[in-house]
Design a binder for this molecule. Structure first.
Ligand code: UDX
Length: 438
């Protein structure tokens, strides 16, 4: 089928590439000429495992095209996906101006039936607004349908998530559009859930909020573990073995970050407020997430006393492993807090150094080329992102490199008994059964 994706950011680009890989003819549209030029040259603006070869291959086979022209895109695709950013506003609500603009742009180009799909994460009832907008700006009598088809991909495993989704959610109010959408997804082996538009839009915010809730739940338990003398890893294992609960998203740590959870939880709270039903449970999810961060900093302060002039190494900058994305990264927030209090910080990340260098904060820290280089002479090491290469580090070399063998493991990455056996003082999250770091 001929498909068009408007917006070639994380979701748009990976979705377009995967649709092309599965056999569709895809045109990706973006208003950023520089981005389109580099994509045409086979350069991917993000680090996402497996994405680059798929883009290259499908550009060569001409199943994947790029353009800056919306009218070319509307002309090409029988289905037009909107995958533009929906950034947060100061009050947490979603800025829908990009969606609205694209709806108008599509409308004026429409000359025959198209299915227009909201792929971006949007508040419930946005589909109605998109429909009204297109109707208002399109020439009279032109036929179209609007569908909601939320995307559940995770950064770092986006290609796999797209090619092998847990489910495909399609929300639409017209049989004609739903039939077209089922054809789009025919090559994928996954359950398809058909709903009305409002329900599909709600599913996305409800799903992300539930995952964040699971994280905050285990983080709240981690605090209890520290006070009571229990190990949150064992507790997570024990409750996760219940099939009704499941072990995933019960990893205690510094809390959730990234470009989705903080924004989507705030948006869902704002949506509930607008609907007149304050969602206090989610407000507590946010509070726990913030507390996890401050508790961690407090525990470092307790051990080091003042940060000023202390040499501190930070491993990890991306908001999670297998991505170079540093947006709303808790790791970056940690670095920022240390720098603010005058610490002498050296950072290392396997993939996110380049993206980190674009932040003004980078000028205030030293950038190392390896984990060991970052740790050299350090009075404390903070593990802020659970990259597998950190877990594989030689603990003897690490201990010898550091001034003081003191580890704050914000992601419970290391085996505490191994760290203790190698002479480290070790402080994880929710590991109340270990000797305290001093
Ligand atoms: C998330 C959703 O998982 C995905 O379905 C949606 O489409 C977009 O938002 P993503 O932001 O890429 O994906 O990352 P995810 O793997 O969900 O992690 C989000 C944050 O939660 C990270 O900061 C991660 O470190 C943290 N996290 C995750 C935990 O702290 N503990 C966990 O157990 C899991």
């Amino acid at each position: 089928m001929k498909l068009t994706i408007i917006g070639s950011g994380y979701v748009g680009l990976t979705t377009g590439a995967c649709f092309a890989e599965i056999g569709h003819h895809v045109m990706c549209v973006d208003n950023n000429q520089k981005k389109i030029d580099s994509l045409l040259a086979g350069k991917i603006p993000i680090y996402e495992p497996g994405l680059e070869p798929i883009v290259r291959k499908n550009v060569v086979s001409k199943r994947l095209q790029f353009t800056t022209s919306t009218s070319q895109g509307v002309d090409h695709g029988e289905v037009i996906f909107i995958a533009v950013p929906t950034p947060p506003q100061d009050d947490g609500s979603v800025d829908l101006s990009f969606i609205e603009k694209v709806a108008r742009e599509i409308a004026v180009c429409l000359d025959s039936y198209r299915v227009i799909v909201d792929k971006s994460t949007v508040p419930v009832k946005t589909g109605d607004r998109v429909s009204q907008t297109i109707r208002r700006y399109a020439r009279p009598g032109v036929e179209f349908d609007v569908v909601s088809n939320p995307e559940f991909l995770r950064e770092g495993s986006a290609v796999d998530d797209l090619m092998h989704p847990d489910r495909i959610v399609i929300g639409g109010n017209s049989d004609r559009a739903l039939a077209v959408m089922q054809k789009v997804y025919e090559p994928f082996v996954a359950p398809v859930l058909i709903t009305d538009i409002n329900s599909a839009e709600l599913i996305k915010h409800a799903a992300n909020s539930f995952l964040a809730l699971k994280i905050s739940y285990i983080n709240a338990i981690s605090e209890l573990c520290e006070i009571a003398g229990a190990d949150v890893e064992k507790v997570a294992e024990g409750i996760g073995m219940d099939k009704r609960i499941g072990r995933s998203f019960l990893n205690a740590g510094l809390g959730y970050g990234g470009s989705c959870f903080p924004k989507d939880i705030a948006a869902f709270i704002a949506i509930a407020d607008q609907l007149g039903k304050p969602f206090n449970l989610l407000k507590e999810v946010q509070n726990i997430n913030a507390r996890q961060f401050s508790r961690f900093l407090d525990s470092i302060r307790e051990a080091l006393w003042l940060f000023k002039e202390k040499k501190i190494a930070v491993w990890g900058l991306s908001f999670k492993p297998n991505t170079d994305d540093v947006r709303s990264s808790v790791a970056v927030n940690i670095v920022e807090a240390l720098v603010k209090d005058g610490a002498d910080v050296t950072v290392y990340d396997p993939k996110a150094m380049e993206k980190f260098k674009e932040l003004p904060l980078a000028a205030s820290v030293k950038l190392a080329e390896s984990p060991l280089e970052a740790a050299r002479g350090a009075e404390a090491l903070i593990i802020a992102t659970e990259w597998p290469e950190f877990a594989a580090i030689d603990l003897t070399e690490l201990r010898d490199a550091m001034h003081t063998p003191l580890i704050f493991d914000g992601r419970n990455l290391l085996d505490p008994s191994a760290a203790l056996a190698y002479g480290f003082q070790y402080r994880g999250i929710g590991r109340g059964t270990l000797p305290e770091a001093t």
